[in-house]
Write a protein of this length. Structure first.
Length: 440
């Protein structure tokens, strides 16, 4: 009993320390770099009285918005870092989850280090909670799908269905993951002695019920609005990351060739075929993506690294150092190539080092902040429901929210700012005060 309590206390302390570490790193990055949906979700939570209940219910990305609602922090500069820390902690736990089925769990922790320190994963841990939650759910889903195929147990299939059903509600690219699971499971199920319809009912019913209900709500309240919000980066760009994709391809080949077949040849064939289909589908999606989908390519790189990590942790290998070397090489290559090919990731890496300012991402904010400081020092007035909002950061950094209209548009960052005309209401908001002022 004492050993169990000690273990639980150790796990609690480790989780608390990890959350605190991620929180302070994300908070430091937040004043220099943040994704566009950070303002959308933060404003929805902090200014809930200005939104209709349905709009609050349909906030996107759904799981990220839910974490923001559950967060105890209600300061604009603290809310989003707490969401990033919570999502990052979920991702770390999800990566450790498959190790329980590893033949050498302590040795498999060696693969954990280069995985989380690679640029795509560290980006998710510190700035992209939507993709962090999606990859966390996908880690559980892939590990349990493989466990079901290898053992025939039904509980992992049920668990995989629940995890897979949550992926699209964390990030829009989760639809690709669900489609991939359909294809991979369909090609594998013909080679196995399992019921086709039973497999699909258990595996995909959670997504069909959740996705169908979500679509119905959008159709009723938003007249058929988008089911899942496309996630963007602050600066428009197109990046392919050729070197990283090549190393990932080599890593997939090395991983498949290093799988060792023992006495259970059938189990080895199932595992090999499963990861072969996963890597093939991932490569096909990568080739079909347009160059402008930089953030989606970043997510696919994360999924590719995840597959190598799961294969190295769960499968018997001839040489276990081969996948570790591949993961270590991917960690180095991603840090050398991704910031060099992407302006967004270059800004993020600068923020990670404590450099750069938010005005580098949103140049208009510096001049607007200066204008607001110099000109908008008037008289407090009552709140006007149709006043354009200006989210005011510390040190003159501001974010804009469009005026309330019917139907209410998604919260976006304005690309330019026109000084308010005389008598127009402007809401200034910082971490310490809220003041509605009238432009002179």
């Amino acid at each position: 009993m004492d050993s169990r309590r000690s273990r639980r206390f150790f796990i609690f302390c480790a989780a608390l320390f990890s959350f605190a570490l991620l929180f302070f790193v994300a908070r430091d990055i937040f004043v220099r770099f943040f994704l566009p949906e950070a303002a959308s979700i933060s404003v929805t939570v902090l200014e809930a009285s200005r939104f209709e209940p349905v709009e609050l219910l349909l906030a996107q990305p759904t799981l990220v918005a839910l974490i923001a609602w559950l967060s105890p922090f209600r300061s604009f500069g603290v809310l989003w870092p707490s969401v990033c820390a919570a999502a990052g902690l979920l991702l770390a736990i999800a990566l450790l989850y498959p190790l329980r089925a590893s033949s050498r769990p302590l040795f498999s922790l060696l693969f954990f280090i280069p995985t989380v320190l690679s640029a795509p994963f560290l980006f998710m841990l510190t700035a992209d909670p939507a993709s962090a939650i999606a990859v966390a759910c996908l880690s559980v889903a892939v590990a349990d799908m493989l466990s079901h195929l290898r053992t025939g147990h039904t509980f992992p299939l049920f668990s995989a269905g629940l995890a897979l059903g949550l992926v699209p509600f964390a990030a829009s690219w989760g639809l690709y993951a669900v489609l991939g699971a359909v294809i991979v499971n369909r090609l594998l199920i013909e080679a196995e002695e399992h019921g086709f319809f039973a497999e699909y009912i258990v595996l995909f019913t959670p997504f069909l019920l959740g996705g169908g209900g979500w679509w119905f709500l959008h159709w009723v309240y938003r007249k058929g609005g988008s089911l899942f919000m496309p996630l963007s980066l602050p600066l428009p760009e197109a990046s392919l990351f050729p070197l990283t994709s090549f190393v990932l391809l080599v890593g997939a080949v090395v991983t498949l060739c290093a799988i060792r077949c023992g006495k259970d040849r059938e189990d080895c064939a199932i595992s090999f075929r499963f990861f072969l289909l996963c890597f093939t589908y991932l490569g096909a999606v990568w080739l079909l993506l347009p160059a402008a989908e930089t953030r989606l390519r970043l997510a696919l790189l994360s999924v590719g690294i995840l597959l190598i990590f799961l294969a190295a942790s769960l499968l018997p290998f001839r040489r276990r150092m081969a996948p570790f070397i591949i993961l270590l090489l991917l960690c180095v290559v991603t840090w050398r190539e991704l910031p060099a090919h992407s302006r967004n990731l270059a800004r993020w890496s600068d923020a990670l080092r404590g450099e750069g300012t938010i005005s580098g991402l949103y140049p208009s904010e510096e001049s607007v902040g200066r204008y607001l400081h110099d000109r908008l020092s008037g008289i407090e007035i009552g709140l006007d429901g149709r006043a354009p909002l200006v989210e005011f950061f510390a040190k003159g950094r501001v974010r804009f929210v469009p005026p309330y209209e019917q139907p209410l548009p998604e919260v976006v960052l304005r690309s330019s700012f026109a000084p308010p005309s005389g008598g127009q209401n402007v809401l200034l908001r910082s971490e310490r005060w809220i003041l509605l002022q009238r432009a002179p």
